[in-house]
Ligand binder design. Structure first.
Ligand code: PDD
Length: 279
């Protein structure tokens, strides 16, 4: 299987990562996951802009230009022969003897993998079940870091309850933030609600595209305003968005139906508009 590490294409099974990579020891790095449709990486510019922002926020030197990163994506797609799949890449701060503060000499490592596979069209048709869970993550969820333990534990809890996503809720405020690997939306009286951009959620690329392109085109009103789990349960529709799930209806949370328990009308309109963009 094909991978990429620090300037060269490698076999995924080749040992390349140092035991003292700070990504490995501290989770000191950032990542992006993108989707390939018809041999082309969708919305790559938006992902690269977010990647550069994540690096800057973590004070990891930016040693690649957007043009170089784009070329590497194009190369790995071509070399793999994959036309529909997912690309994952991460950049870690450096390799150095373990100390918490940054070492003097920093050479970031870039690694990338590509996998075949398309989206869960079955989930898009039937909708998914979710749970509410406490959002225990740190207070910089706007940075796409490889530290994902809060997200991993939330998703595992959903999985153990035979659900596909965990919708996270901040204690104290009792406000819904986002899914464990997706942004979360509800529709009430034809208005789409989602948590505003802040340190508490990731600025999803799919979320941005819904706002800037799909909802605009359809004349659907979307507002950025936080809401409680109770509000979500009284909504007419709910859905999640991510690069891999696109727009996926949520039909029940904690075993309680949202609306009539079927994928919602506005949700499906947004999904169709999104499909128009990626094809
Ligand atoms: N996750 N919020 C969180 C916490 C996420 O992990 C993701 C994406 C999103 C949606 O972002 P985007 O629309 O840019 O994919 C929101 C990716 C898919 C992952 O971790 O695999």
């Amino acid at each position: 299987e094909l991978g990429f590490f620090d300037g060269e294409f490698i076999d995924l099974n080749e040992k390349k990562i140092s035991l003292e990579d700070r990504g490995y020891q501290f989770g000191d790095g950032i990542y992006e996951a993108t989707k390939v449709y018809n041999g082309k990486c969708f919305a790559l510019d938006r992902h690269l802009d977010r990647c550069i922002r994540s690096l800057r926020e973590l004070k990891i030197p930016v040693t690649y230009t957007n043009a170089e990163l784009t070329a590497i994506h194009e190369d790995i797609i071509k070399k793999s022969g994959i036309t529909d799949g997912c690309i994952y890449f991460q950049i870690t701060r450096t390799t150095a003897p373990r100390t918490h503060y940054f070492p003097d000499k920093i050479v970031p490592h870039l690694s990338m993998t590509i996998r075949e596979g398309s989206v869960h069209t079955d989930w898009q048709k039937s909708g998914v079940h979710a749970i509410f869970t406490e959002d225990i993550r740190w207070l910089r969820c706007d940075i796409k870091t490889i530290n994902l333990l809060g997200n991993v534990l939330a998703k595992q809890e959903a999985h153990e309850k035979n659900c596909q996503e965990a919708v996270q809720v901040r204690k104290g405020s009792n406000l819904v933030t986002e899914g464990s690997s997706s942004n979360f939306f509800v529709v009430k009286d034809d208005i789409v609600w989602t948590h505003p951009l802040s340190n508490l959620i990731l600025k999803g690329v799919t979320r941005s595209i819904l706002f800037e392109e799909c909802a605009k085109k359809l004349g659907i009103t979307m507002i950025e305003k936080a809401f409680s789990p109770d509000f979500a349960l009284t909504a007419h529709e709910a859905f999640i968005t991510s690069t891999s799930l696109e727009v996926t209806p949520v039909i029940a949370i904690d075993n309680k139906h949202i609306g009539n328990g079927l994928p919602g009308k506005i949700t499906l309109k947004l999904l169709n508009a999104y499909h128009e963009l990626v094809k």
